[in-house]
Each structure stands twice: as structure tokens, then as C-alpha cells.
Design a protein. Structure first.
Length: 115
């Protein structure tokens, strides 16, 4: 399939999609997980940086060097799920942020020793 849209066509289409999003005309696809409330404001740059901090960048073809599996209690799981809904993030981002804050508080000198 050949794309026959001009740059101006693509820009106009993007603007139309932006207006539709601002007007709340999009609804999540059935089964899609919604991290934020339907009435939540738009994500800020800081929100996005928090969500994606530590994730490998696809465009750089960075492999995920470590994947953690964590066992937890049902109560801690519910607490974490409530937190991610409140913050509009996901569990991986919450765990990365919590780990970084814990290490920065309890082991600040170790960071300078890491490669």
C-alpha cells in the first residue's frame, strides 16, 4: 500500500485527531486497560518521563537487560494497584520509581560506584 498523503494532509489529520481527543470523542477499546480516570487531565511531560523512565528505547534497539519477578502479598498488590490508578501510571513504573527512591535514600553513595 502506498501512502499518498502529503505532509500537509498528515498535519491536518493530526490536528483533527488532536481536536477530537480534546473534545473527548475517543473511547477506549473494549478490554483496554485505562490507567487514569476518564475525567483526568492530559499527561504532562513529567508524567510521561515517570512512566517510561528506565524502559529500553525501541529506536535504539536497546534490549531489556533485566526483568524482575516479584512475589508479594494480596494486600500489597491491592495497595500498589490503587497507587498506579491514582498516579495514572503502571506497575513497572511504580516499582522502578519506588526502588530508585529507596536506593537514593538508603544507599546514596552506591550510585557513584555503578557503571
Amino acid at each position: 500500500m502506498t501512502n499518498t498523503q502529503t505532509p500537509a494532509d498528515r498535519a491536518a489529520h493530526a490536528e483533527a485527531l488532536d481536536r477530537m481527543a480534546d473534545a473527548g470523542q475517543f473511547t477506549p477499546i473494549e478490554g483496554t486497560r485505562v490507567y487514569r480516570g476518564y475525567d483526568a487531565g492530559p499527561l504532562t511531560d513529567d508524567d510521561l518521563l515517570s512512566i517510561f523512565a528506565g524502559r529500553p528505547r525501541d529506536e535504539l534497539k536497546q534490549p531489556t537487560s533485566k526483568t524482575w519477578q516479584v512475589r508479594t502479598t494480596p494486600a500489597l498488590d491491592q495497595w500498589a494497584e490503587a497507587a498506579v490508578k491514582t498516579e495514572g501510571t503502571n506497575l513497572s513504573a511504580l516499582i522502578r520509581q519506588a526502588t530508585a527512591e529507596y536506593l537514593a535514600h538508603h544507599y546514596p553513595g552506591l550510585r557513584s560506584q555503578m557503571a
